[in-house]
Structures are given as C-alpha cells and as structure tokens.
Design a protein around this ligand. Structure first.
Ligand SMILES: NC(=O)c1ccc[n+]([C@@H]2O[C@H](COP(=O)([O-])OP(=O)(O)OC[C@H]3O[C@@H](n4cnc5c(N)ncnc54)[C@H](O)[C@@H]3O)[C@@H](O)[C@H]2O)c1
Length: 346
C-alpha cells in the first residue's frame, strides 16, 4: 500500500486510548497523518492514557463521549477519515449490565453518526464490528453471509451499531465500512480487567507465573489476530475504493489460522495448562469454535494477516514484561467499582 496516502490526512480515532485504537492511532501518526483521538476512558473498558504516552503532544486528545454532540462538532470538523473503535468488548459484562452495553455499543453510535452526518459527511467511516454478531457458528469458516444470531447482548448491540452504519450510508449517503473482527491480541490490552476475554487472562496469568486454566476440553478453535494485522486491515479499508457504486461494505477480518484453546494456552505457557469445567455464566454464552472466511477483505484490499501466533505472542509477552508496572496492577479494585456503579444506575 502507498504509505504517502496518509501523509497530512486529518483522521479521527474513537476509542483511541483503548487497545486496538491506540495501536491504530500510533501507526497513523507514524504514517504522517494528523491524528485526533476521542475517548471517554469509560470505567470498565480497556482505555489507558499510558497507551499513547509516546505520542503526547503529537496526537490531539479529546476526552469526551462519542454521543456528546457538542464535543463531536469540534472533534469532527475537517476530518477526512474516521476510525470508529469506541465500545465495550466484554461479553460477560453485557450479560450482567445489558443497558450499559446498549448505551456504549449502540445508542452512543447512533448519536455519533448523526454528528458525522452533520460535521464530516465526506469522511469515510471504518467501524470496528465483531464476529460476536454471528453467535454459535452453523458452519466453518464463517463468511459474511452466515446468519446473524448473537448469543449475548454485546453481539446484539454491535450488530445494531453496524446496521446504523449501513443505514447512514444507504439513507444519508455517508461512506461506511464495517470490519467484523475476530479475537485480537497484542500490546496495550487491558490485562488487569478480568472480563475482557480469555486471551488477556491467559497472558496476565503467564506473566505472573500462574498456570493457565482452559474452560472445557480446550478443543474450541479461534483464529487469533495480532493487533498490527488488525491495524493494517483498518488502514486498507479506509482507502480502498468501494466496489461499484456501493456506499458501504461489511468484511470479516480473521487471523492466519485456527488454533484450539489448548494450543493457544500451550504456546503461551508451555506445559503449565490445566482444563477446568466451564463456569456457568461463560458456558451459557460460549460460541464453540469460530474462524473467519475473510476472502472478501483480502480480494478487496490485498490485505492478509502476516503474524503467526507464536511470533505475535512472543512480541506481546516481551511488551508486557517491559511495562509490567503499568499493565499488571490488581484487578479487584476496578471490578468492585464497576459493580457498585452499575448498582447505582439500575
Ligand atoms: N479486542 C478484540 O478482540 C475485539 C474483537 C472484535 C471487535 N472489537 C471491537 O473493537 C473495538 C476496540 O476494541 P478494544 O479491544 O480496543 O477495546 P478497549 O476496551 O481496549 O477500548 C475501547 C475504548 O473505547 C472507549 N469508549 C467506549 N465507549 C465510549 C464512548 N461512548 N465514547 C468515547 N469513548 C468510549 C473506552 O474508554 C476505551 O478506551 C471495540 O468496538 C470492540 O467491540 C474488538
């Protein structure tokens, strides 16, 4: 891809203090873009100011909710590309606090798209959708025609937001691309949050020298995607001409190959892996095996995942070893605060 195409481009990254958003913002900065980040550092999500510490002064940071139309008027003015990654990724939190998930993953995006329509109608929007919308796969690999049958509220609300992006294209003429991401891993993920998925738990336990516990028999498949490959998918989806006269497109984004959870755990921790029964809350929303058919994205943009899991996890562990004091604090405080707040709201 021609890197010069981002030079001096005005780009907005929502959720840019989070895991994928910060990696994307830093990459865009290296590519010469003028980067604005919007992030509300929502409690319980993976945002962390330290994620952008190396870019202080070089990236414009707006601390606001994407649903705040006044703040978005300022954030969106003059933007040429919009990467919309704000959101809550926790499936278990979506079951415990479904209205919170509705606010973060759907309602705020509807408001945000209204602001985009008003203040940046020419900017293409690339939205971070999720494989979670498919629910339990009926066949593998999962392509974009697979039925949508989410198994938790996160999947419902992510699909609502994806649909908002499609409708703002169809009805209001915005250009939108939704990337249905598989499981992403790598540097700058919130290891201290116990509800962000199995990969953060595995990495955090390995770094603490604790054995890894795999729920069930460990045969479930996942196509783990290294964050640099995810970032590359966003960059290509932002620039590739849309096919025909389309204003919107939806593409899966998968990893290099499917691996079982046991293989994933053993790659991280060697033999120090045990199998335990599924906790009831996790079993009820477990989707079994998933891996993506992402030929549409590959043929549209020329993208392909480059980083194999062994290489990606080595880079990931090295990053967290170097930054352990930042990324490995205690989780209990955050868990208690989120639960207390949710009780106060509902
Ligand atoms: N990490 C994955 O494996 C994965 C997989 C599929 C889809 N996704 C999607 O990619 C996106 C980024 O995921 P991530 O892993 O970087 O998550 P993350 O939790 O690390 O980052 C999300 C960021 O969004 C911010 N945010 C949330 N709601 C906001 C709002 N209304 N206004 C402003 N800021 C808000 C949070 O403060 C946080 O910094 C999410 O939309 C997620 O659903 C991630």
């Amino acid at each position: 891809m021609n890197r010069a195409r981002f030079r001096d481009k005005a780009v907005l990254v929502t959720g840019g203090l989070g895991f994928i958003g910060s990696n994307l913002a830093l990459r865009l900065l290296r590519e010469g873009a003028r980067v604005t980040v919007v992030d509300a550092l929502v409690e319980g999500c993976g945002g962390n100011s330290y994620n952008l510490v190396e870019a202080v002064g070089a990236i414009r940071l707006i601390a606001a909710d994407i649903g705040d139309s006044v703040a978005m008027a300022e954030a969106l003015a003059g933007q040429q590309l919009i990467f919309n990654l704000a959101g809550e990724i926790s499936h278990t939190n979506s079951v415990r606090f479904p209205e919170r998930d509705l606010d973060l993953n759907a309602r705020s995006h509807l408001r945000f798209l209204e602001s985009c329509r008003r203040w940046a109608p020419q900017a293409r929007i690339v939205y971070a959708s999720s494989r979670q919308i498919y629910g339990t796969p009926q066949y593998l690999p999962v392509d974009e025609r697979h039925p949508i049958q989410p198994s938790d509220f996160n999947g419902v609300h992510k699909f609502a937001a994806e649909t908002y992006h499609r409708l703002f294209a169809a009805i209001h003429g915005l250009e939108t691309v939704s990337l249905r991401l598989t499981n992403v891993y790598g540097p700058r993920q919130a290891l201290h949050l116990p509800w962000q998925g199995f990969i953060t738990t595995f990495v955090a336990r390995a770094l603490r020298g604790e054995s890894l516990r795999v729920f069930g028999d460990g045969t479930q498949l996942r196509d783990m995607l290294y964050v640099d490959d995810a970032v590359e998918a966003f960059l290509r989806a932002a620039l590739a001409p849309l096919p025909g006269r389309a204003h919107w497109l939806v593409c899966n984004v998968g990893g290099p190959r499917p691996l079982s959870l046991t293989e994933i755990a053993r790659t991280i921790a060697g033999a120090d892996v045990t199998h335990v029964p599924f906790p009831e809350t996790s079993r009820l929303i477990d989707i079994g095996s998933y891996y993506a058919d992402d030929r549409l994205l590959r043929s549209w943009t020329g993208w392909a995942p480059r980083v194999e899991f062994t290489e990606g996890i080595a880079r990931t562990l090295a990053f967290y070893r170097d930054h352990a004091a930042i990324y490995l604090p205690q989780a209990a405080d955050t868990a208690d605060r989120l639960a207390a707040r949710a009780h106060a709201v509902h």
